[in-house]
Design a protein around this ligand. Structure first.
Ligand SMILES: [Zn+2]
Length: 65
């Protein structure tokens, strides 16, 4: 499953069986909107925790040091 961190855009195998098409759709959404797409291949769709978006995004970015 791929999903947008900024709006409710998402795509999954249920919506689109082709992984290649899902990747293309995610890239298109990023190009069109500048939004960040995250993805998870897990069975359970990821759920945003009840924290501010900034904190959640920071948690996803690996520290470089
Ligand atoms: Zn979006």
């Amino acid at each position: 499953m791929k999903y947008c961190l900024h709006c409710d855009w998402h795509t999954s195998a249920t919506d689109e069986p082709s992984a290649r098409t899902r990747s293309r759709a995610a890239i298109d959404h990023h190009v069109e909107t500048g939004h960040t797409i995250d993805s998870s291949d897990g069975v359970v769709p990821p759920r945003l925790p009840d924290v501010p978006t900034e904190i959640f995004v920071d948690d996803l970015i690996p520290s470089s040091d």
